[in-house]
Design a protein around this ligand. Structure first.
Ligand code: UDP
Ligand code: MG
Length: 318
């Protein structure tokens, strides 16, 4: 029989927390009194995460484990979870207990009221660095100023989606995925619950600055062409200004005796303009790189092994 609820938990090097996360999730999901599956996606952890989870999976039939062949990234791990999920409602939650599992029950309430998407808005964030809080705040505001899709600010991937929405998302095949934006983009009846984001239970963030920047660029490039537009505005403005300047130079050369002795200005203007041009090329490059990724059409992820699907054969025979 298919489980009614699927909970997706992406994990990357979470050996210190994962057994606790499982306990808390199990406790919460047991109280709701309906069938559920906990889908743990191991995103190429290099520690003991997968061993711990394999052991748990073998003794609890509600647990399933999808093991990637390497680290493919948080957003891809969530996507894989959606591909494998079978519940009527699908919940995505972080592995580090920053998102309190108890909130899932509130989400289920809303879902039963008839909402298709219930996202969780962070009222406060405990135990995160000032840098993280400030950059996150700026990023969500920047993104919403750049796009016409209404992506709620201060929400992560902690949310519940209905089976319908999950199936639509699975049909979106883009490679550089910004899942929380895609969920907003598809529409349906959406609502939110509020919560206080806890401190990480143990371990440290798996989002170093490099991953954060990539994530932010994926969000912006997936949902906005504004950087390209700004690039072309600056380009237009610069060529207009240089055209005027050219007239000035010609005028000086032909009609005045003030011939240019200074190379400083020439070098200065050159440097400035080359810098700007390279920057604009960089913006365009970000988009072209992503177009290239899409056109290669490689699979989003590679699964090394799945555990907990012992009934599979029976299902395919039936
Ligand atoms: N994660 C993942 N793959 C990655 C990075 C992170 O699956 O490459 C998972 C991680 O295990 C956690 C969730 O994504 O369950 C959020 O990561 P983290 O808590 O480190 O991010 P933060 O809360 O610091 O933004
Ligand atoms: Mg976290």
């Amino acid at each position: 029989m298919k489980a009614r609820y699927s909970v997706i938990i992406p994990m990357f090097n979470e050996e210190e927390v994962i057994a606790h996360t499982y306990d808390r999730l199990k406790k919460v999901m047991d109280t709701c009194g309906e069938s559920y599956e906990l889908l743990f996606v191991n995103d190429g952890s290099r520690d003991r995460t997968v061993e711990i989870m394999r052991e748990i999976t073998n003794r609890d039939k509600n647990v399933k484990l999808i093991d990637f062949s390497r680290n493919f990234g948080h957003q891809v791990a969530i996507t894989a979870g959606m591909d494998y999920s079978e519940g009527q409602a699908v919940v995505v939650i972080d592995a580090d207990l920053q998102d309190p599992p108890e909130v899932i029950l509130e989400m289920i309430e809303k879902w039963k009221e008839g909402y298709d998407v219930v996202y969780a808005k962070r009222l406060k964030r405990h135990g995160e660095t000032l840098f993280k809080k400030v950059t996150a705040k700026l990023f969500y505001r920047l993104l919403s100023s750049m796009t016409s899709v209404e992506i709620p600010t201060d929400t992560g991937d902690f949310r519940l989606i209905d089976r319908k929405v999950c199936d639509v998302l699975r049909g979106l095949k883009e490679k550089n995925r910004y899942v929380r934006g895609l969920v907003s983009w598809v529409g349906f009846r959406q609502t939110m619950v509020e919560y206080v984001r806890e401190e990480r239970f143990a371990g440290e963030t798996k989002y170093p600055l490099k991953k954060m920047i990539r994530f932010a660029l994926d969000g912006i490039t997936s949902f906005s062409h504004k950087p390209l537009k700004i690039a072309s505005y600056i380009g237009f403005f610069l060529s207009f200004a240089s055209f005027i300047y050219l007239f000035l130079v010609l005028f000086q050369r032909l009609f005045t005796s003030w011939t240019v002795p200074g190379w400083a200005s020439i070098v200065g203007v050159n440097l400035l303009f080359n810098g700007i041009v390279l920057m604009l090329l960089g913006v365009i490059g970000e988009y072209i790189g992503r177009i290239y990724d899409e056109s290669k059409d490689r699979p989003l992820y590679i699964v090394r092994e799945t555990t907990g699907y012992q009934d599979d054969e029976e299902i395919s025979e039936a």
